[in-house]
Design a protein around this ligand. Structure first.
Ligand code: CP
Ligand code: NVA
Length: 307
């Protein structure tokens, strides 16, 4: 835990396998009520995009730990009138102990991390969503009792979720297959990075256009919206392109008989996932959403360290 004190989490690549597993163990301990108060510390939330789970779970996590949360309203801050990020970062650093940022360009969280000494947490960028993947791994580990040796298929857009899942799965020894339409493949640099991490663990990172190939005998089926925040104008034209990648009952017949279904939420029923699968017995999406709270509490305790 102490090894993460003061560190940023911008990408899943910022965590080694050992650090990831340590965070997951701490999350499990916190879930069982072994809470370490971190009174007097302040978490800032700087969100340029909508959020329910991330915003509220960070708020609840910090409050339950005994710290305080300052919800920064981007539209009433001077950044909205052109104050540089580098200046804002250095000023916020004088007031806060940790800052979680949700924004568009990944480079912006890197700028904050470069200019602020306090830990900066990526609460979602267009490139990655590492906090979600910590909760996803916690959920998988709770259900299967292990991570290494499992297989996960992600169906849909090669987006921020696909990227962080590839990196996170590769780190903890899960085989991952990403199935997406030809023009919506994940970032090639991230695929290469995930493959080089996977090679160390002897696992695979597959990118395919075939959803059937991706889900064959997998333990976890994962999906996300077909148009992410900022891509709303493309939502209608994407529908027919992504239709073959829908997670539905027929597709699940190809998976391991004990497979589970995950979705980071919010879900678009009838698009990337059918109503019956989302609400069905294989779906662990509500436990997954709950684990955002525990995984982020674990992250906050770790990056803030003990007094
Ligand atoms: N999964 C997730 O990050 O949800 P929110 O957008 O509601 O935070
Ligand atoms: N890919 C989605 C994830 C939402 C949690 C988005 O960026 O909108």
């Amino acid at each position: 835990m102490s090894g993460l004190k003061g560190r940023d989490l911008l990408s899943m690549t910022d965590l080694s396998a050992e650090e990831t597993l340590t965070l997951l163990q701490l999350a499990a301990d916190l879930k069982q009520g072994k809470i370490k108060p971190i009174c007097r510390k302040s978490l800032g939330l700087l969100f340029y995009k909508a959020s329910t789970r991330t915003r509220v779970s960070f708020f609840a996590a910090m409050s339950q730990l005994g710290g305080q949360v300052i919800d920064l309203n981007t539209s009433s801050m001077q950044i909205g009138r052109g104050e540089p990020l580098a200046d804002t970062a250095r000023v916020l650093d004088r007031y806060l102990d940790v800052l979680a940022i949700r924004t568009f360009a990944h480079g912006d969280v890197e700028t904050y991390a470069n200019y602020a000494k306090m830990p900066i947490i990526n609460a979602l960028t267009d490139l990655e969503h590492p906090c979600q993947v910590l909760a996803d791994l916690q959920t998988i580990q709770e259900y299967f009792g292990q991570l290494a040796g499992l297989k996960l298929a992600y169906l849909g857009d090669g987006n921020n979720m696909a990227h962080s899942l590839m990196l996170g799965c590769a780190t903890v020894g899960i085989d991952i297959a990403i199935a997406c339409p030809a023009n919506f493949t994940p970032d090639a640099t991230i695929v290469d990075r995930a493959r080089s991490i996977a090679a160390i663990n002897g696992t695979e990172v597959v990118v395919t256009q075939s959803p059937q190939e991706a889900v064959s005998n997998v333990h976890v089926v994962y999906t996300d919206v077909w148009a992410s925040m900022g891509q709303e104008a493309e939502a209608d034209t994407r529908l027919p392109v992504f239709q073959p990648y829908q997670v539905n009952r027929e597709l699940l017949t190809l998976t391991d008989p004990d497979s589970i279904v995950l979705h980071c939420l919010p879900a678009h029923r009838g698009e990337e996932i059918t109503e019956d699968v989302l609400e069905g017995t294989r779906s662990l999406v509500w436990d997954q959403a709950e684990n955002r709270l525990h995984a982020q509490k674990s992250l906050l305790v770790s990056v803030l360290g003990a007094d």
